[in-house]
Write a protein that binds this ligand. Structure first.
Ligand SMILES: Nc1ncnc2c1ncn2[C@@H]1O[C@H](COP(=O)(O)OP(=O)(O)O)[C@@H](O)[C@H]1O
Ligand SMILES: [Mg+2]
Length: 385
């Protein structure tokens, strides 16, 4: 059955100049969708891409992987890396989308699950907005379909009264659907995905019809490791997914690289004045986060206690971005220890009692003695006081 386009469809509105479906650039909206922010790269990849593309894919699997991992095209176009991590992970994720299994991105918070999911959907389908946000309150309608009640009351159930979910639209159009935080969704609502993923159909009993998925349809779900036990995936549903675990950055260098790249992009989109030479402080934030996360100092000599928060790469990115804003607006334009101290404290001390003790101990036993960390120690003492 035809699925009504009740809402303007972002991906298909490319030719329009007005209206909600129009692509938005960074100067117009705070955060453009990946397919708009990187439209130039995607177009260059499509032009250079002579490998076979699965049905309705905008790019070949090779080009999708290049979009995610970065590279240089024969015509010299530079594709910026979106994901920094093992190539194989990206290759497995991309090829999964070309099979009849769905993709589950699993990992601790801040390992770029959402980020990778958005960029995969943008590269494969040219549209990352067919998204269901999973929460404890996600209703079945968000995964299947709902009704426009005015229409329903006036004319009874009809195709016109049906409000398709993002998943239903993706099925009808052969696109990539996304489900965020799958394990937070109540088990009975999760189960509605089983028929969709195994039978590739979504029955609409009220109309005696069904929506059958067309080639190109697939689904990317994300879930946090830490949420285990909230709503454990049923084994029936888990079998429909290929699971790809996104790891924490393997080395301090890799993590510094990720933070530096993202901070630079974010600073540009927030129009922060350029702050040169943030590298030292970025390395410091990453070092502190990794040591507290790992429970041991980089040299392996001193054990430290871990605080309750995750101290993810994503949080390191926010701390540095916050520090850059301080440096740009209130400092001398150089990122200094004082600009990141308050941000670090906020990220580390989540539980005011226990985490504060952990932090004080780290400050006195590790930071205080470390060469070149005097200014940082002093700045931390000042904000903790
Ligand atoms: N390996 C990585 N490569 C690139 N960016 C990363 C990486 N790890 C974390 N990030 C950045 O961290 C931020 C948060 O990631 P997000 O996708 O929200 O995490 P998650 O959904 O896993 O909790 C994103 O801005 C992303 O760019
Ligand atoms: Mg996420």
């Amino acid at each position: 059955m035809p699925v009504p386009e009740t809402i303007a469809q972002p991906g298909s509105g490319v030719d329009q100049d007005t209206g909600p479906g129009r692509p938005r650039t960074a100067t117009e909206v705070l955060r453009p969708h990946a397919e708009h922010a990187f439209a130039d790269e995607l177009a260059a990849l499509a032009a250079a891409d002579d490998r076979p593309r699965p049905a309705r894919w905008r790019l070949s699997p090779w080009a999708v992987a290049t979009y995610l991992l970065g590279g240089t095209l024969p015509d010299g176009t530079v594709i910026t890396p979106k994901y920094v991590g093992p190539r194989r992970i990206v290759e497995v994720a991309v090829t999964t989308l070309a099979t009849d299994r769905a993709l589950l991105l699993l990992g601790v918070p801040g390992t770029a699950k959402t980020w990778v999911s958005e960029h995969l959907a943008a590269a494969v389908s040219g549209d990352s907005t067919l998204l269901v946000q999973g929460t404890a309150g996600t209703p079945e309608e968000a995964v299947r379909y709902g009704w426009n009640y005015a229409q329903l009351l006036a004319h009874g159930p009809s195709e016109d009264a049906l409000v398709p979910s993002p998943v239903m639209r993706a099925m009808a159009q052969g696109m990539t659907a996304r489900v965020e935080e799958l394990t937070r969704i109540p088990a009975d609502v999760q189960d509605t995905l089983i028929t969709i993923l195994s039978e590739k159909t979504l029955p609409v009993p009220e109309l005696g019809q069904e929506v059958q998925a067309v080639p190109g349809f697939n689904l990317i779900a994300t879930a946090n490791d830490r949420d285990r036990g909230v709503n454990e995936l049923s084994s029936a549903l888990r079998r429909r997914f290929n699971t790809v675990v996104l790891p924490l950055p393997a080395s301090p260098e890799a993590e510094v690289d990720i933070v530096a790249r993202r901070v630079e992009q974010l600073g540009r989109s927030l129009a922060l004045p350029a702050v040169p030479d943030g590298a030292d402080e970025i390395r410091r934030v990453v070092t502190v986060f990794r040591e507290l996360r790992d429970g041991v100092t980089t040299d392996g000599r001193t054990r430290v206690k871990s605080p309750s928060g995750t101290l993810s790469t994503a949080e390191a990115i926010s701390v540095v971005t916050g520090g850059l804003a301080l440096a740009a607006h209130f400092g001398d334009g150089v990122l200094r220890p004082a600009d990141i101290a308050a941000g670090i404290l906020g990220a580390v001390v989540r539980d005011p009692a226990a985490d504060r003790v952990v932090w004080q101990e780290y400050l006195e036993t590790v930071v205080r003695e470390r060469d070149g960390w005097k200014d940082f120690y002093r700045a931390c003492r000042e904000v903790s006081a």
